[in-house]
Design a protein around this ligand. Structure first.
Ligand code: ADP
Length: 481
């Protein structure tokens, strides 16, 4: 791997400020062509225990620093990430597959959490409470929860780490992170820069490894851990929630989605199409807020489909490092196979392929951007999270009916509404049972706003003022006469 700064290519676990080998190694491969990129340490449950011990030992000193002192270190970390953005983006594209420009966007987005929470931690105000008894004085103070453990996915190998670690560290917590086995290099490079920034030994620890269940048991069950935060599938999230129950850990869960994208007859169709392409094909459709069901009013259906087909025709599939590529491979063969199964199931049930539909067009992990019409709510493609470059379009006739259909899912992460009518837009945004609703926009994630879902899409929020609150305990202090 050719980098300007070779220090960023780290291959070991990071525990208590030391780079540690594992019992064996795990291969990291380029999903676009299967090339071997590196072999990293295979961390174990015992390594995870050592990491928790290191985080626990580092906690008293880190929490005792002033917010300004913690902020200074975090800002150095932010700056180092920005200084190395090209290398970090290249590592990300090589191990994850997304186009280089998108990878760069993720590094900048990821870094923005560090900068923002470094600023936000200086405003961890408590309250003075008007007393219920003249002889007593009441107040609240906010204190860091303690050791925080994080398990993160492969679809945003950088930003899903900083979105958790930055507020935790800013609040005065110490962290242990287990990134996805597919994308450890982006994660370890972040640790290298954290070390250079001066984060004290043990404040940030990372275990890379193939045995996620064993490492996960330690991170969710060790009594020294105060809070567990996870981004991944709903199925794994449920399992980890159950594991956290044994020691009543605080939890944040960012889980799966099934995002509806509703185009009303009063929508600006060009805006709707560009929003749809942005939410659908970013990261080849592998984001938890990717549009999963496109509902278009019957009177504008054909016009919308024509415009979407034309816009999708401009997408260029290929290796993320190649010039002009906008859609990379899927993360692995299993993912491409699953997308293929969903398309075949939909076609068997009557859907029509308007564009694409090709399984492995240029390599075994690829699926061509695909436009389907005649989709119905009964198809697997409408009920399950797709996580691939498929745009399945359905018709609707009535506002109330489409809201009911949009809400008819156990998920509640993101939803999209396209309408130029402000009354309708407000009405529908409020009626959708989702943690986040974007109106006339396809990309909405930002450091300064709370990201998260309701129903089976999760618990808690990341980013914004809410994202900081997740890492504090509010202590009520009562002073007697
Ligand atoms: P995805 O389908 O996006 O890979 P997963 O929920 O399987 O989503 O994975 C998200 C993260 O959870 C990854 O870091 C993965 O290694 C980890 N993981 C998967 N299964 C378990 C488990 N049983 N215990 C702990 N972590 C797990």
């Amino acid at each position: 791997m050719q980098l300007a700064n070779n220090d960023l290519l780290k291959l070991h676990n990071y525990i208590g400020g030391e780079w540690c080998a594992g019992a064996g190694t795990v291969e990291v491969r380029d999903p676009a062509n299967g090339d071997l990129l590196a072999e990293v340490a295979d961390g174990s449950a015992a390594d995870a225990e050592r990491a928790v011990a290191a985080a626990s030992a580092a906690f008293p000193a880190w929490k005792s620093k002033t917010a300004a002192e913690r902020a200074a270190v975090l800002k150095r970390w932010y700056q180092l990430i920005m200084d190395n953005v090209d290398d970090l983006a290249r590592i990300l594209t090589l191990e994850q597959g997304k186009p280089l420009a998108e990878a760069k966007g993720e590094i900048v987005y990821g870094a923005s959490f560090i900068e923002w929470f470094a600023e936000e931690c200086r405003r961890a105000y408590g309250q003075t409470i008007p007393t219920h008894n003249p002889a007593m004085r009441l107040n609240t103070i906010r204190q860091p929860v303690g050791v925080v453990t994080c398990i993160t996915p492969w679809n945003f190998p950088n930003a899903m780490i900083t979105r958790k670690a930055a507020p935790a560290l800013a609040a005065g917590c110490t962290v242990v992170i287990k990134p996805a086995v597919e994308t450890p290099l982006s994660a370890l490079a972040l640790c290298q820069l954290a070390e250079e920034a001066g984060l004290p030994k043990g404040t940030i620890n990372m275990i890379v490894g193939s045995d996620a269940p064993a490492i996960g048991k330690v991170l969710t069950q060790d009594p020294r851990v105060a809070k567990f935060t996870f981004t991944g599938s709903t199925a794994v999230g449920k399992l980890l929630m159950a594991q956290c129950a044994s020691t009543v850990k605080k939890m944040s869960m960012e889980l799966g989605g099934n995002a509806p994208f509703i185009v009303f007859d009063d929508a600006d169709l060009d805006t709707a199409v560009s929003a749809c392409v942005a939410t659908k094909f970013r990261n080849a459709g592998q984001t938890c807020v990717s549009t999963n069901r496109i509902y278009v009013h019957e009177t504008v259906h054909d016009a919308f489909v024509d415009k979407l087909r034309a816009a999708m025709g401009e997408l260029k599939v290929g290796h993320g490092c190649d010039e002009g590529v906008t859609v990379g491979p899927l993360i692995h063969r299993r993912a491409a196979e699953r997308v293929n199964t969903l398309v075949r199931d939909a076609v068997e049930m009557g859907a029509k392929v308007e564009l694409g539909g090709d399984y492995r067009p240029i390599g075994e992990n690829y699926f061509a951007p695909t436009l389907l019409t005649g989709v119905s709510d009964e198809m697997r493609i409408a009920r399950e999270e797709i996580f691939g470059p498929l745009a399945p379009v359905q018709k609707f006739a009535d506002e109330e009916d489409v809201i009911r259909r949009a809400n008819d899912t156990p998920y509640g992460l993101a939803a999209y509404v396209m309408s130029e009518n402000i009354r309708r837009a407000n009405r529908v945004v409020e009626a959708l049972e989702y943690g986040m609703v974007a109106c006339n926009a396809g990309v909405f994630s930002t450091t300064v706003a709370p990201f998260g879902g309701c129903k089976e899409s999760g618990i808690g929020r990341e980013g914004g003022v809410e994202g900081m609150a997740e890492f504090y305990e509010t202590k009520y202090c009562c002073f007697g006469a």
